[in-house]
Design a protein around this ligand. Structure first.
Ligand code: HEM
Length: 158
């Protein structure tokens, strides 16, 4: 028995497969979570890229970041529950592997942004263009998250 097959024998994994409503409900939680995460991230990225420049980028980040981090409390447990239900299939699925790699890149990009150009956001808080490094990070973030969503949707097809 492979480790993935072992995971699929867990009681929770068996319930996720056998229950009529558990998997769809968990997937709805997953979708609610990533809509909140990607939506809040995209709003900050667009502001950094120059949309609504009169809006304070620091005030916007203070408003959005709790939603971004809070959304992970929905996404990760629900994603893991769906994963354990069909671990053998997902572990071999190239879309799943790419999705996990992209999520790691999104996290590293966000850390680099917040520790880098955003640490000096007072210099470009309103009505000024963000520095090139910040705009590059925001553009990369938008592309990476569209990639994560695409991989997530393609999971059912590969
Ligand atoms: C962090 C950001 C994440 C985003 C934006 C995201 C996005 C998505 C999307 C768009 C889908 C397809 C939903 C559908 O078509 O109904 C999906 C499905 C899925 N996600 Fe995520 N996901 C994220 C994190 C995770 C994590 C951390 C895991 C777990 C390890 C995970 C596991 C899954 C699984 C197993 C499915 C397949 C559901 C199915 O089609 O049966 N996801 N995700």
């Amino acid at each position: 028995m492979t480790p993935a097959q072992g995971i699929e024998t867990l009681a929770l994994a068996v319930s996720m497969r056998q229950s009529l409503w558990l998997y769809p409900i968990v997937e709805i939680v997953h979708i609610t979570g990533f809509v909140t995460l990607v939506g809040s991230v995209a709003m900050l990225d667009l502001r950094v890229l120059g949309v609504s420049k009169s809006l304070s980028v620091r005030a916007l980040a203070r408003h959005l970041l709790p939603w971004t981090l809070g959304a992970l409390l929905l996404i990760v447990p629900s994603g893991l529950l769906m994963f354990i239900a069909h671990a053998g299939d997902f572990i071999d699925n190239p879309a799943f592997r790419l999705k996990m790699v992209l999520i790691i890149f999104a996290g590293l990009n966000a850390i680099a942004f917040h520790r880098g150009p955003f640490a000096r956001a007072a210099d470009w808080d309103t009505c000024r263009a963000a520095p090139p490094g910040a705009r590059l990070s925001a553009a990369a973030s938008l592309l990476i998250w569209v990639g994560v969503i695409s991989c997530g949707r393609l999971l059912a097809y590969l």
